[in-house]
Structure formats: structure tokens, C-alpha cells
Design a protein around this ligand. Structure first.
Ligand code: EPU
Length: 342
């Protein structure tokens, strides 16, 4: 069977990035199978183009037109593939919507991913970024994944340790950057499920709803309610979730900062390090609700940058730079963006 990838040229990416920036790709392909990838790799013209893999487009800022081939992951499918005494193993294709996948697991009475409800993006992007929320990270449940290696043309399997997960970080942002495309991810969901309700916002929401012994579904609903109240819906207001990572600083730097700013919000990260709440730092600099050109800081959450209508990627980067500059001068802390600038 010959599967020629159908390529579209000068393709608008407006509906393929959650910021809703109207940049164009020189070439665009919908990836519906591994065969499409093999064909791209063996095509003399396509194989030499710069490559960009897009899932839900929730973690990028398109600062200009992309002069290469954008590959949109369209592979679908979710299935329970194995089980043992401890775990049920569920495999999901990279092109599945993350939140729809979380709901699928809950519909099948499989707990574990509920704290990660409503995170925008696709299953394939979850390990790249090691998405996380409310005390849980994707790495806690990722068992293994399969990916297509553009260097060799092989399909490789990585287990969780191979992925070298960190806070919003993985091997895919380092050694394997630009080389692989995730095809499917297998999650190990525990049979002895335990609620993870350490987060104050989640506890408060469950209390308000009168829930004392929450099920995974209850937690999912609480998280959905919290996120909906705090974070803008990208279908309505373009955004990429938290725009900055929470910076990790030494205990010494955190203590010195707390002496000068007693309200500083920080969380113990390791024996000698603290994570600072970037939203608090940005808010203190007066950025919440402020705009710069067509980009702005969301009025309910200073960590989220929004497209007010016709923002370009440059408008967003310009705003991000101004915020970084202010936080650096006031607190001596360097904020690092979560999304990748293209
Ligand atoms: N804060 C302010 N002003 C603001 C925003 C926050 O003072 O405008 C303070 C809050 O009062 C709170 C602290 O900063 O004390 C932390 O704020 P919040 O819990 O809202 O956000 P976060 O902990 O910094 C992280 C993740 C989110 C994730 C939530 C819940 C990062 C960069 N962000 O936010 O992830 O949903 O925890 O677990 O790690 C994402 O990565 O896109 C994302 C949304």
C-alpha cells in the first residue's frame, strides 16, 4: 500500500495553537499513521525541511511563519492493553485529546489521572512537558511510550526512567529534541487507588461540595471547577496555560527574599531548594490584568498570558520579556517561559 502524505502548503496554524496566533506553515501534514512518517522521511524534498510536531498546540508561541514542515499528530485510539495485581495498563495514541482521555479512564473506573483533568493539549505532548497539576505529574503514571525516530526511521520504546522526567521537563526537550515524534503512551493506573488531595484549592472545593470521601470522579469535577474559574478557556481567549515555570531557587535565596517580602509564596522542593510561585511574583509587579499591545496578563491569574484578539507571537514575547525584566529587577529572579518560542 502506498500512502503519500498529503501536504498542504502555506497552511494557517491559527486553529492549531491555543494562543490563536495566525502564523503560516510552509508545509503541513496530518500524521495518521507511522507510514505517513516513513514516507516523509524518505521523501527527498520533505525530509530536509525543518520539522515541527504539533499536538494540541498548547505549548508554543509562533513568533513567525514556520519555514518548514509542520506535522500534526492525528493518530487516535485508547485501549486497556494489560493488567496485573497492581496496575491496569492503558495505551493511548498521541493524537488523542488529553482531557477526553482522562474522562475515558474515569468512565472505565480507572483512577490516577483525575488531578490532571482539563489540561489542554494532546496525549503525545503530555510526556514532552511532563504536564502537572494539583500535586500530580504525568510521569507518576507513565509506564512507557513508543516514538518514531527520524534519525534511524525506527520505532523506539522508552520506559519511564528513559524519559528523564523533571518539573515540566524530559529527555524530549534535550537529547531527543527534534528527533522523535511520540506515537503512543502507556499509563500504569493503580488498582489500589488513593485520592491525592493535598492541594488547598482541591480540599476547599470538595469541602464546599460536601464531599468527605472523594472518588476519582469527584476530584476530577473539583479540578474542572477550579480550573474553569481560574484559567481562561483557550477556545474563547487564546492562552497557553501557565506561561512561566515556577522558578526553583536555593533555600538561602528564598529566605533572603522572604525577609524582604514576607508575603512570598514558596514551596519546599528539595532539602536545599524552594519553588517560588511565579504568579505571585508577577502579581506583585502589578502585571495582573495589564495589557501591552494585543497581548495581556489574565485578570484572574497573573501566570497566564492571553491573546486579546489579534496578538502576534511577537506581541506575546514582548509582553513576556517586559514581565521577566520587572521580576528580575524587583526580586532578582529569572523567570523561564513554559511554552517554546518558534
Ligand atoms: N498567586 C498570586 N497572584 C496571581 C496568581 C497566583 O498571588 O495572580 C499566588 C496564589 O495565591 C498562590 C500561588 O501564587 O498562592 C500559586 O498560584 P496557583 O496555585 O494559582 O498557581 P501555581 O501553583 O503557580 C501551578 C502550575 C499549574 C497548575 C497549578 C495547580 C506551574 C507553572 N503552574 O500553578 O499548571 O495547574 O499549579 O497545580 O507549575 C500549566 O502548567 O499550564 C498550569 C496551569
Amino acid at each position: 500500500m502506498t500512502i503519500s502524505p498529503s501536504i498542504q502548503y502555506n497552511f494557517s496554524l491559527r486553529h492549531h495553537n491555543t494562543f490563536g496566533v495566525d502564523a503560516h506553515a510552509y508545509a503541513y501534514a496530518e500524521v495518521t499513521s507511522v507510514e505517513v512518517l516513513s514516507r516523509i522521511r524518505s521523501d527527498a524534498t520533505l525530509s530536509v525541511l525543518p520539522r515541527l510536531v504539533l499536538g494540541g498546540g498548547s505549548n508554543i508561541v509562533l513568533t513567525q511563519d514556520f519555514p518548514g514542515l509542520v506535522m500534526h499528530m492525528g493518530m487516535k485510539g485508547i485501549a486497556i492493553v494489560a493488567e496485573n495485581d497492581e496496575f491496569t495498563f492503558v495505551r493511548a495514541a498521541a493524537g488523542e485529546n488529553w482531557h477526553a482521555f482522562v474522562l475515558w479512564t474515569l468512565d472505565h473506573a480507572l483512577g490516577g489521572l483525575e488531578n490532571l483533568s482539563l489540561i489542554p493539549g494532546s496525549v503525545g505532548a503530555a510526556p514532552i512537558q511532563n504536564i502537572g497539576a494539583y500535586g500530580v505529574e504525568a510521569k507518576d503514571y507513565i509506564h512507557a511510550l513508543r516514538a518514531y525516530d527520524f534519525d534511524s526511521g525506527d520505532i523506539i520504546t522508552l520506559d519511564s526512567a528513559d524519559c528523564r522526567f523533571g518539573y515540566r521537563d524530559s529527555i524530549f526537550k534535550h537529547d531527543l529534541q527534534g528527533r522523535i515524534i511520540v506515537l503512543e503512551v502507556t499509563f500504569a493506573l493503580p488498582k489500589k487507588w488513593q485520592a491525592n488531595v493535598d492541594y488547598a484549592d482541591v480540599v476547599r472545593n470538595l469541602d464546599e461540595c460536601g464531599v468527605t470521601a472523594p472518588s476519582a470522579r469527584d476530584i476530577s469535577e473539583a479540578v474542572i471547577a477550579i480550573r474553569t474559574a481560574k484559567l481562561p478557556d483557550p477556545c474563547v481567549i487564546g492562552n497557553a496555560g501557565s506561561f512561566f515555570k515556577n522558578p526553583i531557587v536555593s533555600a538561602q535565596q528564598r529566605n533572603a527574599l522572604r525577609d524582604s517580602f514576607p508575603g512570598l509564596v514558596s514551596y519546599l522542593q528539595s532539602e536545599s531548594e524552594y519553588k517560588l510561585a511565579a504568579g505571585w511574583l508577577i502579581d506583585q509587579c502589578g502585571w495582573k490584568g495589564r495589557t501591552l499591545g494585543a497581548a495581556g496578563v489574565y485578570e484572574k491569574q497573573a501566570l497566564v498570558l492571553v491573546n486579546l484578539g489579534a496578538a502576534t507571537g511577537s506581541d506575546i514575547v514582548h509582553l513576556a520579556n517586559a514581565i521577566q525584566q520587572d521580576v528580575r529587577s524587583r526580586f532578582g529572579v529569572q523567570l523561564e517561559p513554559e511554552p517554546v518560542y518558534i
